[in-house]
Design a protein around this ligand. Sequence first.
Ligand code: NAI
Length: 791
Amino acid sequence: MSIAEILETMSYGPAPESDKEARAWIKGLGGETKLFIGGAWKKAKTGESFETIAPGSGEVLTRIAQAGAADVDAAVKAAAKAQPAWAALAGHQRARYLYALARLIQRHSRLFSVVETLDNGKPIRETRDIDIPLVARHFYHHAGWAQLMDGELADREALGVCGQIIPWNFPLLMLAWKIAPAIALGNTVVLKPAEYTSLTALLFAEMCQKAGLPEGVVNIVTGDGATGEEIVKHPGIAKIAFTGSTEVGRRIREATAGTGKSLTLELGGKSPFIVFDDADLDAAVEGVVDAIWFNQGEVCCAGSRLLVQESVHDRFIARLKARMETLRVGDPLDKVVDIGAIVHPVQLERIRSLVETGVKEGASLHQPKAGVPAKGCFYPPTLLTGVHPAATVSRVEIFGPVVVATTFRTPAEAVELANNTEYGLAASVWSETLSLALDIAPKLKCGVVWVNGTNMFDAGVGFGGYKESGFGREGGREGLSAYSRPKWLAKAKPIAEKPSAQPTGDVLSTAFVDRTAKFYVGGKQARPDGGYSRPVVSPSGALVGEVGEGNRKDIRNAVEAARKAASWGTASEHNRAQILYYIAENLDARAGEFAERLAAMTGRRRQDTVREVSASVSRLFAYGAWADKYEGAVHKPPMRGVALAMNEPVGTLGIVCPEEPGLLGFVSTFAPAIALGNRVVVIPSASQALAATDFYQVLETSDVPGGVVNIVTGDRHALALELAKHEEVDGIWYFGNAATTGAIEKASAGNLKQVWAETAQRDWFDARQGEGREFLGRATQVKNIWVPYGE
Ligand code: NAI
């Protein structure tokens, strides 16, 4: 091509990145990789391995060791051995290792980029300019948390050994998201990269050796889902952190149920990309490119559903189609390429078949004329228009370079369409009217919102989903609680629930009222659906009162009432604070009665029950105080913008109170939940249920809107299970013995609701255990709203 022709067409020549060093490094692996366990390279005991390919060319790069149960066991043991000494290091010392890792990654960034691009197929421009710099930033940022842990997280400590399972779409970046916070806080890890993309994890292990990281702090085992399953079920692991498909996430939820392992899940998405008619349309077109063609669309938070306001739809789509013609698909190592290879033929087939389904369901298909290289694993940028919101391609995560477009008329319709998915990971909002964008942002049910931007990430900004996109946050301060726990927990005894005394037929005449307490649902007293009641007896078996026996239908009614009270979530914090103060005052006014009731139910001395009521009043005041003070944060990532980390309520929470203490346990759990905008269905202590049923009048006289607090009495374990199964419950708190946690956690896998199952005895009278940030954190999920700011 002559220079004149080049100037005319402005076409780019190839600009290939050299892969010489990367190939030499791969060759040095000896044809088959080893596992990194206890600081040394070990052959897999299974003797098995599988091929890993370069999707850009289809060639086999090397063979990857398939770790089995014995290998995972060795890795967990090495991690367990290393953990106490690692956690005991001063934060400053751990920080130095993380800084060293960050620097080593920077120093070897070109090698990391090229190996990643070869193995995954993503364009070198992205690995070089996005993945690897973000990896280094992650270790720098978390080195800082290691340094600050003693002061900033003074009452928390490491969990122990963390099992971490990551996907193939951002192999090294996901490793960094997992390993950096874990080891910063004193945990040790066993990490499994995805089977398609194991190489950069092994290169990272070499960096751990170079940094002189103590043996066993980081262990890398390679293999497929079967290896992942071995990690998930290993009893030596305290926590599982998983990123990947919702299907596998659900399986892991079930597999870890009842084991006491803590769990965070970062799962799939079907994120909306909303373009209002006053958006800068050219900028929004570039936004779509970044939203769905970045990383071949293999991005959990990809803007895969394009919602365009009707009035600009045709114009916008025409511009988008024109832009699609200029996207270059091809050799991932070519520096001018925009879209690289799909990770594996299996994934390519999945994308093809989903697009076929879309077309069969009536979508119009648009792909650029240029097509894709004949050799290698490529799929063209694809736009499906005229897609019905109920179509398969509108609902299912395609995880490829395919965007589905539809229109909306009003902002309210945009919100409705955006939220019409079981996922809730991210959203992009495009409008030059910031007041419109910032009106929409809180209404979107997802963990991240980008205003006039997309796919921005930073180590200091939490990331994670709502609904079936998972739970837990990664990044920044928000991510630290997932890798630490309160110090007092280690010494706490397990809760042992005593069976209630058998009724003797005696009646405690002073306290007995000749009526059965009903439930409290939607602000009204409601009769039990089954028409049964259960006795509440004193320790000697004398009848103190009767309460309703709740069943599935009662739970359903209570959940429905709670969902209807959604406006509590958007009530002002000031308003919620006032109501909590009011509840506190009204309880205080009736302190004598409550103390008497508690004494009758527990046989405790009057002075002790007076103390419990007084502690409950104080706790209500405390949450009145917190209601407008548990504020979010403003993050300042190293780019043009800020991220507003907003603490949003989880939604409808099911709370199974501790059996003991009846009143304080009830107040200490429902109060933080409602203080932060949740609506609750509470199952109080069974043996002291009257403490909760007497509370109806306190609620009624305190201006608590109907449906915010719903109370159903009965068998705590049976009712907990009903709550766990309910698809409209967003989270469960359970304080009780371990017998039921397995069933609760398993049942929660349906809609992947968050579960806080606490089986350790806490001293509810001690504010450090029974009150404060631990509860407030559990009552909220952080939404990070990225907005343009500054230069
Ligand atoms: P996947 O969820 O099967 O794999 C993710 C990781 O989990 C891999 O390391 C895998 O070896 C491991 N794994 C698989 N089964 C396991 C099990 N039973 N127990 C423990 N670990 C297990 O994802 P896959 O099959 O690679 O991709 C399928 C679809 O999942 C994609 O088309 C995409 O829709 C979605 N996906 C979503 C991701 C996200 O970040 N949200 C990432 C990767 C895939």
